[in-house]
Structure formats: C-alpha cells, structure tokens
Write a protein that binds this ligand. Sequence first.
Ligand SMILES: [Zn+2]
Ligand SMILES: [Zn+2]
Length: 247
Amino acid sequence: MFGNVLDWMQRYIFDPFLLALLPDRCAFCNTVTRINTFVCDDCKPRIRWQTEPFCTKCGHEKAQCSCKKNGRRRWDGAAAPWIYEEASEGITGGCVRLLKSSFYERSAIYMGKEIAAHVRKVFPLTVFDTVMPVPMFPQDEFERGYSQSVWIAQAVAKELGVPFENRLRKIRKTQPQKTLRGSERTVNLRGAFDLDEMYDAPGKTVLLVDDLLTTGSTLEECATILKIYGVEAVYVATACITPNERK
Ligand SMILES: [Zn+2]
Ligand SMILES: [Zn+2]
C-alpha cells in the first residue's frame, strides 16, 4: 500500500518536477530542447537518413552497395539508419563524437532508438536471441570511464525487447583502425577478440551493435569469433555508416 503511494508520487509528482528542472538536451548538439524530444529544431533537418531500398547484406542504400567490392562478409546482414558525416559538414558525425568525448548517455539512448527502429524495418522477420556490443580493450574502457557501444547496445536491446549480453572480450590492445589501410586493418585485429565461454552460443542469432560502420573490419572480426563458437547468425547494426567514397 505504502509502496503504491510512493510509486504514484514518483510518477505524478517527483518525475514531472525533475523533468522540469532538468530539461532534455539535443542528442546531436547538446543544447536544451523541449521535454521528451531528442533532437532540436536546428539539427532535425540536418540528419542524413539512409533511404530505401537498402542492401540488407552491407547495410548501405542499394545505390551505394559495397558487396562486390568487399566480397563475402562473415556477418549475415547489416543495417544503419544514418549516413556518417564529419562534424564540419554534418551532424551525425557530431553525435558519434559527442558520445566518444563526453559522458553523454542521451546520445546513446537516441541512437539505440533509431537503430532499433531501423532494424525492425530492414529485418522484420528475424528473431534475435541476444544484443551484444562490440567490446573495448578493458584498459581503454577504464580510462574513458564507459563504453559507448555498451550504452548503445543496451538501448537497442531495451527497444527491441531482446536480452542484452556483453560477452565478447577484447583481449589485445590494437592500433586505432583509422590510422591503417585495407589489409593492415584485418591483420591489426587478428586474435584481438574472444567470446566468454559461458555464453551458450550454438544456434543463437546475435545482433552485434557499434556506433559506426566504416570498413567493417572490427565487426567482421567479432562476427568471425561468434561463428567459431557456434553462433548460427550474426547481424550487425550501427548508428552510422560511412559512404563508400570516404572509405
Ligand atoms: Zn541540436
Ligand atoms: Zn550491399
């Protein structure tokens, strides 16, 4: 009885009061926005959405399909709602950077919402057993204080109603992928990931989540490890995808 009263007070008195005190902020530029909105009016028209039809294998718009260039991927499908742009020209890059440079969970929650909506649209019939984030090297995560892919994956899992399991491990420190080219990226990542042996992998369908899909080397290496352990199907979902001409 007393608990019910407290719940009621929280729902109808404390939460609205707190929301009024702590206004929402834009997921892209961090300015104050109207309550219950994730994007301010300035940023909204500047988001570059991918438009249908999509290639479900590489995750690009069909017109940008990179399947021929990249050959056979180890994952079974890919999806991303936004086209990545550097912050100087566009704002989706700003969202990724905001998340990487500051402790800003709200960007991750918004990314998670949009990734989940996009995944539902692109793979309407696929039943996922687990949502899993791409892992960071533990020392890097400790230094930053959080992992953006964990936050995004948690938000995706919540939206889709699929269990979140952080079971991949990065077991070796690697050079930043953006400093390397083509085959160097694959070599850099070889043996860098492992899967928690307690994860019951055989037959599972995993949705692997990260912030950005550029060459896809990291996601591909993670997909390879998952399949070695017996995962049946791996789908990758990111907030942004880099247009082909930038790779
Ligand atoms: Zn904004
Ligand atoms: Zn394709």
